[in-house]
Design a protein around this ligand. Sequence first.
Ligand code: HXC
Length: 510
Amino acid sequence: MKEILQELERRREVARLGGGQVRIDAQHARGKLTARERIDIFLDEGSFEEFDMFVEHRSTDFGMDKSKIAGDGVVTGWGTVNGRTVFIFAKDFTVFGGSLSEAHAEKITKVQDMALKNRAPIIGIYDAGGARIQEGVAALGGYAEVFQRNVLASGVIPQISVIMGPCAGGDVYSPAMTDFIFMVRDTSYMFVTGPDVVKTVTNETVTSEQLGGASVHTTKSSIADAAYDNDVDTLLQVRRLIDFLPQSNTAGVPEIECYQSVTEPDNSLDTLIPANANKPYDIKELILKVADEADFFEIQESFAKNIVCGFGRIEGATVGFVANQPMVLAGVLDSDASRKAARFVRFCDCFNIPIVTFVDVPGFLPGTAQEYGGLIKHGAKLLFAYAEATVPKLTVITRKAFGGAYDVMASKHLRGDLNYAWPTAQIAVMGAKGAVEIIFRKDIADPEKIAAHTKMYEDRFLSPFVAAERGYIDEVIMPRSTRRRLAQGLRMLRNKDLTNPWKKHDNIPL
Ligand code: HXC
């Protein structure tokens, strides 16, 4: 009996070594951890329960029948993050470069199925060379099985991808269909086709980093939601994100103890808005002052900085913050900002996370670059996302809410539940200068008349009161009371019950 038990231990030890010590050392020499080390750091200590440790590939071509490694290049299973169940798979680069075989794909689809059935988040860690070249179509089929499950799980359980090495070819599309992608600076890259193919097809010479490194995907393509300096930091940040997320679309947001008063006024907010309406201020200051303990997990911090999106908590429960950022392009809405915020709003709505929107927006960005780039369709994405969302929607207009952008940013007309304005709010079709130049074009040569018209327009329209008179604003509130107002509103909206008409699915302007 003892020998039988020892045999299990021996087999486990061999499996845990993956592709062997030499390849593990090479992995470490590149500043990367192994798949198992990553899982150990990511999950609560001792919580990992592994599946399929002894699975091997079944291919016989190219001498593969003589080269089998237990686990076949991916470590899978489940564990907990701060006590909450998550499913996980981590590609093991030391085994056939983490490449995907039919058997490898079956291991992944098994945890995808388990995660969906048990309504818990799934995390995929990528460090791999794409399809197992020796397997051909069996590997391609395996990828498609994974993709199909990504789609069925989308909007039901949170899916998160962490790129910690190469992620090329077939490996890129599963992450692309998950909710969030995180990367490690300098050691990870993602592309559909690598530098060699790029050189052959387009004659461009690029490095892997230039083609698909973390800086490309966090600042240019917006494929990645954030990047961190090393494996450990990245894994700890993803744990932090998981703490904000519900287990599934029916589980409700997680709630933790809140130690910060919601009734205490924050007088510093009364002077956040500069006296000069054209001067910028940092909207993140407002977010940090409203969120419990200033704990804010920002999504796509380095992309379309004119809008800020991320998770925080109010009275211990998760909320999604969306805010125009006056510090960047005066907080204007352009195509990138619209797409970024639309995706975030839709994530929140899928998972029943209330949305708090702070508005200070001069409008949509004019120009040929924007129009040729499809601003109409991209702007419509944000409009569509807010309009279809049925979660509690709380909006605070701090300063400008001009033109179509007023409508888009979770206005009353898009079923905003609570729409507040600070006394500094200016809700109008456009700013005073543009408005006067159009309505009083005949007086344009007379500066005195123009000044008088401008004053009249500012007095009448550049305030929250015209909107408040119509009930488009529920209340004009003191800036200092914003946290209290939002906390009370969220409490009142806890049992909000709103359902859109039945449909197979909508047709958001993609
Ligand atoms: C089989 C692979 C492999 C693959 C790497 N390896 N990729 N084995 N299939 N796709 C093996 C290598 O043979 C090597 O084995 C080990 O993994 C480490 O690879 P190295 O090349 O030594 O490592 P490195 O120099 O770091 O380069 C990593 C890499 C490179 C950039 C990922 O290996 C690479 O370019 N691989 C091929 C990428 C690719 O073209 N994949 C197919 C994409 S097509 P030993 O035994 O020497 O350690 C695709 C289509 C699917 O995915 C589409 C579905 C929609």
